[in-house]
Design a protein around this ligand. Structure first.
Ligand SMILES: [Zn+2]
Length: 249
């Protein structure tokens, strides 16, 4: 990226002295709090049914209570936190049925996005889009090498958000964000996250297989591969559910 010219011309501006004073964006503070709670769930520091406190979180994160309260409200809307007014605030418990419903919503939204993206992008744009997806997969392999499940999940969310935005349908992109559907990529079932190098590489490889089909631009084959990619998690949930039943028996 060549920023030299822009930087020079901006430094001549009479406003250049105040450039370092960027406006504090409260919504980004809320997002940072949200990300930090999410990461604690992915890495297992916070588990389903754990009680959390607004005061403690704001102290630990070094922020005021307002962004913490806002993040909690968003997580509650997305079903990751339960607020019991007289009892306290808890990380929601893992509900496999709800998670399956969430995955089916993802399929419906992502199928629509894929159809529209294929209709609206010419083959050159589609190729560029696939190249972009491929770079994200390369970063997933790097995350696997570094045993970094948080980056892996973030890249997965970026991958599917990019597929969503490829439809060039603003209402669809907005629905994806507001409904929290992108959040069904990360969710409460810590046991399902890839953590070992093998699991993380396998997760990246699932995206390689999906991308191979996407490059072919055959609508039916693409939809099949996408559905398989998303719904595979239902099998994983059922396996974990059976193991937990077995342990509880
Ligand atoms: Zn994925």
């Amino acid at each position: 990226m060549n920023l030299g010219k822009t930087e020079r011309s901006e430094s001549n501006s009479p406003l250049s002295n105040i450039r370092p004073l960027e406006k504090i964006d409260r919504s980004s503070l809320r997002d940072q709090v949200l990300t930090s709670i999410r990461n604690a769930i992915i890495t297992g520091k916070l588990k389903a049914s754990d009680k959390i406190s607004e005061v403690e979180l704001s102290e630990q994160l070094g922020v005021s209570r307002t962004p913490v309260r806002e993040a909690i409200r968003t997580l509650e809307l997305h079903g990751f936190i339960e607020v019991h007014p007289k009892n306290g605030t808890y990380i929601a418990s893992f509900d496999s049925e709800e998670l399956q419903d969430g995955l089916h919503v993802r399929v419906a939204l992502e199928e629509l996005a894929l159809k529209q993206a294929l209709e609206r992008m010419n083959s050159r744009d589609w190729q560029r889009h696939c190249d972009h997806l491929e770079r994200l997969i390369q970063s997933m392999f790097a995350a696997a090498d570094e045993l970094d499940p948080v980056s892996d999940i973030e890249l997965d969310m970026e991958f599917h958000t990019l597929m969503m935005d490829a439809a060039q349908n603003r209402i669809l992109s907005r629905s994806w964000k507001l409904s929290g559907a992108s959040n069904f990529i990360w969710s409460l079932e810590h046991v399902l996250y890839p953590h070992t190098k093998n699991e993380l590489s396998e997760h990246a490889n699932r995206h390689v297989s999906l991308l191979e089909v996407l490059r072919g631009r055959n609508l039916e084959a693409c939809l099949d591969a996408l559905r398989h990619h998303i719904l595979r998690k239902i099998n994983d949930i059922q396996i974990v559910g059976t193991e937990q039943d077995f342990q509880n028996a």
